[in-house]
Design a protein around this ligand. Sequence first.
Ligand code: DPP
Ligand code: ZN
Length: 861
Amino acid sequence: PQRQYRLDYRPPAYLVDTVALDFDIQENNTQVTAQLAVARNVAGPAGPWRLDGRGMRLVRVAIDGADLAHDAYELTDTALWLDNLPSVFELTIVTELDPETNLSLEGLYRSGAILCTQCEATGFSRITYFPDRPDVMARFTTRIEADAARYPVLLSNGNCTQAGMAQPGRHYAIYEDPFAKPCYLFALVAGDLGVIRDTYTTASGREVALAVFTEHGNEPQCHHALDALKKAMAWDEATYDLEYDLDQFFIVAVGSFNMGAMENKGLNIFNTACVFAHPETATDGDFARVRDVVAHEYFHNYTGNRVTCRDWFQLSLKEGLTVYREHQFAIDHGSPGVTRIEQVRMIRDIQFPEDGGPRAHPVRPDSYIEMNNFYTITVYEKGAELIRMIAQMAGREAFTDAVKHYLHKHDGQAVTIEDFVVAMEETTGLDLAQFRHWYSHAGTPRVAISQQHENNTLTLTLSQSTPATPGQPNKPVFDIPISLAVFDTAGSQQVPPQLVRLNHARKKIVYKDVPEPAVVSALRGLSAPVKLTQDTTERDLVCLMAHDSDPVSRWDAAQSLYMTHLLACVDAIRADHALPGLGDGLSQAITRLLADWPADRALLAEMLTLPSTIQIGEAFERIDVAAIDGARRAVRQQIGSRFEEELTALATAHAPRSTYVFDQDAAGRRAVFALALGYLAETGVEGIEAWCRTVYDEADNMTDRMAALGALQYCPGATRDRLLGDFARRFANEPLVMDKWLRLQVSAPDIDAVAQARALLQDPAFDFTNPNRLRALLGGLVRGNAPAFHRADGAGYALLVDEILRIDAFNPQMAAALAGLIAPWQRYDARYGQGMRAGLSRLDGAELSDNTREIVASGLA
Ligand code: DPP
Ligand code: ZN
């Protein structure tokens, strides 16, 4: 495996103007004929030309129509090298592939009744020999021919310009994409598909045909996605003046997909999990995710497709910006506070651990072995937070203008993150010289804020430092925007919200005429992706939780209060001491919250949710899985017992009564109900099982059903068994719902979850080639039931390693993602870390894909 370095970038040796692809789809074999109009790139290096290719058979190579003899080119496992080429020529390449046996889910493969493609990052080189790099942009024409009965639907990028019957029993379609694009955006679909259709008229009056395709029978689950697509199209026009640019925009939902979805030009291919949403089979969370992923992929049409990446080190150029746009869209279509809380939680629960572990890498990485290992939460979500910081510093209007300027300046180009930052500076007037460190350096900065208050002068001392990360021992001083406000203890604003730039190691800020006592609200809404320590008192936090003008800050104050108590409980468990009781401040705060419910019920649910076990683990040098899980459960029981009456009243007031609609208010009410039911179940209050049974039996939607089953996870017994059995029978034909069932099968605290997972994996009905199934079962075990996975005898690690080895043989992307779960062994208490490390060593001794080898090596480094 060769490590690629960002600084080794060289422009392509040859440019491809047009590509004509011809797919001849036969029973067990697809023949692809590619005709490329090629010209030497004057800016590129001299010498032979590399075309990438693997996992297929080369049938023919011809230059200007003349076949090349075998000794006129060099063929390796991963490339075709051509030399002594004219400066302008037509290249013909014929390859043969077998999509039926391709389980890697890259290139052309089968998912159920559908033949489909996945080309990002380098799947196109499994279809034909081609310079598989995003800076080679060509105009594609695609002809597909296949059996008319088996594959009545034939789709590719762009506009359909011709279709008809071919030889007896076969038909064809031709698609032309007028926009030059990199090959990673190529897509093809052939299958017997159901469809729902609609149209959208753009701001300038052009009519666009919209459609969502899926295997027959699933059409009723696709309306929400189609609706979301129209919302996204309208939002991008209203927000950024971006109008769709082709005559058609199609989404195809496939069951076997490594990612969530893919933004191929005009033909997005989605994991069914990010398309299907019907009240009976999808939860409120699923509805929101489908809406946001549909929007995300649509937004890529500009941020990604029209302006793309020069090389894969620039991935965040399109992903960070598109996630940011998706976040804005989500905020405009839901509860702004709660939507931001969910984003903050994602950063703290997933990105911070990645940034503090063996896989820490900058938002713009400097090297990689396998690009697919770098579709990470850091590139996506931290990348989006960097954009958000720029937007905060610039102001929303200036930022919007800057994005328009960037898209205009670089339309049709493959560019770099540096080009983006320059475009931001050109329009906003910001100096982002120091800010650029955020892109080049990994790690989560620590910010400390202390306050002194004398004679009505409030002095804040801010300081920063960043721990070393692998390969980057020394960190620079970052430019950190910190949102601050000051309140009095009754919640009146003393200093209005403002953005302070902490661009030195230390900085003092002085506010005059601020009467004592003052309560400082800092890093409001997570204005920068940093970890904050602040000398706030419990009284301050109780005050902010009740009065802060920003709902995210209210929630964050609650999180800090919970965290202090949780950490004390973890310490007590580790020292074998009695648990401390709920303190006065925390009790008061919860009492107040339960006496006066915020109108935004989803916010109430968030404010009553304890920090996750991962979040608690982040506070420790070494993670003690059992102590952390024990502490969190104990605190939930303390709250459940102390507030049983209030929580019962809360649940009663929010119990399901009307028919399901997915809107902010209704979803918030359901979230509060599920939360209260969970507390009561975990506390074991009288009659809870019967209540859950009633909710389950009477539910007209999946959200309430899952609320009942989620609560029953704490109540072993006949009721739980009966309802889980009913659930499995009722939804046996809905794989995505059965994924929820799989998660439930391994998440209850009282069961032998590892044995259960092993049994399910060995069930012949379990499709272990499907990533959604694997994520549900193995992800459900490792993340959803950490104490069971990390059991002392190492059986959890053994199971995971067995599965990684089995999966790596056919789907390296999936196997590598699973290996990432045990890579950060050094973050764990030795009791766990040794077993995780032993698992990595076992992997290290086996034959592995480059993907999985890279992850294992990072863990063992
Ligand atoms: N499908 C992935 C995404 O949209 C990769 N582009 O983020
Ligand atoms: Zn994306």
